[in-house]
Unconditional design. Structure first.
Length: 436
């Protein structure tokens, strides 16, 4: 049992971080709604619209309101984390084989296509049709957080399935943003972005492992994407896929190097000299530290470093800056608008229907297999949790309807529908899982 616990530690750590981040996200969302409906609302909106300038040279100059710095720059760090997690899962995680990849792939496809089609069925032929991407995305922080609240009632395989589903869902959301929600393309800056990407790939091939090198050049990649017309946050994903995922040294060499230095340290302990005055011990410890550093790939080092920043700073800041809206008299009538109905139908009906139906079809046709400890009731519960759109739904809403009144209506709809999806998914999974 101890060995199994050790193997599962990375997943458990991921689940803990996501659920904790979800709690902070809720707090800042509520705070934004309260402030925007009090006497402080003027200060709140003035803060969001106040400009910040960045001037590095005559070639790099930016002047944006704070809300765009958050949405275009800070969120690029979040997308970098998403890209790193996707790459890790594709190489050595829950998406690294056909058997692991197939089931969440079909589930995610259903969870994206059906909500988008339901939204378009309601809004087709209207200016609001451009919001079809809003109900496609799943907020992994909230979904995983609710799953963690159920504790040991939930089979581990179901947690793995939800994480893998959300990662494939993230890939789909990234492609949708890059292809359908970007501005008019600037070919010159697009070529500059491509050149910087190739430079980063060459660094990977040359086994350059300094994380700061990739992050420093990543800034210029972000700027090129910003000027190219493709949404700047996509730069974070492109950067993630150029960062080396393999360690510099092989495990065997690591074991030999550490073993030799441990033996040297053990021999040096026979001396009564204090560590601060024992040069041999200090050199040995430094050698061990270098070996450990080389064994941990740049991908893992960067991912571990930015995960708490993204979870506890970037996403709460995004929620605080984007969740604020003034609730006026008669606001409930707006929830019956075509866009609101499209979002509600997509998240509350489309998500669970798409995930459950595509999963069932793939299993029935023999294209995928359901884990032995799961049944389709579990999948239905996860499908309802996937209806928690929130962060990514708000993000795509801002891209589809920037600075419009309909955007505020959609925000309120996303809040209510995500809360209903969370409640429904929690109740279903509580009833279909057995207490351990």
């Amino acid at each position: 049992m101890k060995k199994e616990s050790g193997i599962l530690k990375p997943l458990q750590s991921f689940l803990h971080n996501e659920s904790s981040g979800g709690i902070v996200l809720i707090i800042f969302t509520i705070l934004a709604i309260i402030i925007s409906n009090t006497s402080l609302s003027g200060y709140y909106f003035d803060f969001l619209n106040s400009h910040l300038s960045l001037q590095i040279s005559k070639f790099i100059s930016l002047d944006k309101p704070i809300i765009l710095w958050v949405n275009d720059a800070a969120m690029a760090l979040f997308f970098l984390l998403v890209g790193l997690e996707i790459k890790r899962e594709l190489i050595a995680g829950e998406l690294n084989s056909r058997d692991k990849f197939t089931l969440p792939l079909f589930a995610a496809l259903g969870g994206m296509l059906v909500p988008a089609l339901l939204y378009l069925a309601i809004n087709s032929g209207t200016p609001a049709a451009s919001g079809w991407g809003i109900p496609m995305a799943t907020d992994i922080a909230f979904a995983v957080g609710l799953l963690v609240l159920l504790g040991k009632r939930v089979p581990l395989s179901l947690k793995v399935f939800l994480v893998a589903l959300a990662i494939v869902d993230d890939i789909g959301a990234i492609l949708v943003i890059a292809i359908f929600y970007s501005g008019q393309l600037n070919l010159i800056w697009l070529l500059v972005a491509a050149g910087i990407s190739l430079l980063l790939v060459s660094f990977n091939l040359l086994k350059i492992i300094k994380p700061w090198v990739y992050l420093a050049i990543g800034f210029f990649l972000w700027y090129a994407f910003l000027k190219s017309g493709i949404h700047a946050t996509i730069a974070g994903v492109v950067l993630a896929f150029t960062i080396p995922a393999r360690p510099v040294i092989r495990p065997g060499r690591f074991v030999n190097a550490v073993s030799l230095n441990l033996e040297r340290f053990r021999q040096s302990c026979r001396s009564e000299t204090e560590f601060l005055a024992n040069q041999e011990q200090q050199e040995t410890v430094q050698e061990i530290e270098i070996s450990c550093h080389n064994m941990l790939s740049p991908l893992l080092r960067i991912e571990h470093a930015i995960h708490p920043i993204a979870s506890f700073l970037v996403l709460p800041l995004f929620a605080f800056c984007n969740a604020g809206l003034m609730i006026t008299t008669g606001w409930t009538d707006n929830l019956l608008s075509a866009t609101s109905l499209g979002i509600a139908a997509g998240l509350l009906i489309g998500k669970p229907l798409g995930i459950l139906s595509f999963t069932w079809i793939s299993v029935r046709l023999g294209w995928a297999s359901l884990p032995a400890d799961l049944n389709f009731k579990h999948i239905a519960g996860v499908g309802m949790l996937a209806g928690i759109g929130f962060t990514m739904a708000l993000f795509i809403n801002n891209l589809a309807f920037p600075g419009t009144a309909i955007s505020d209506v959609n925000k309120m709809t996303i809040f209510f529908v995500s809360a209903l999806a969370a409640l429904a998914g929690f109740i279903v999974l509580y009833r279909v899982t057995k207490k351990q």
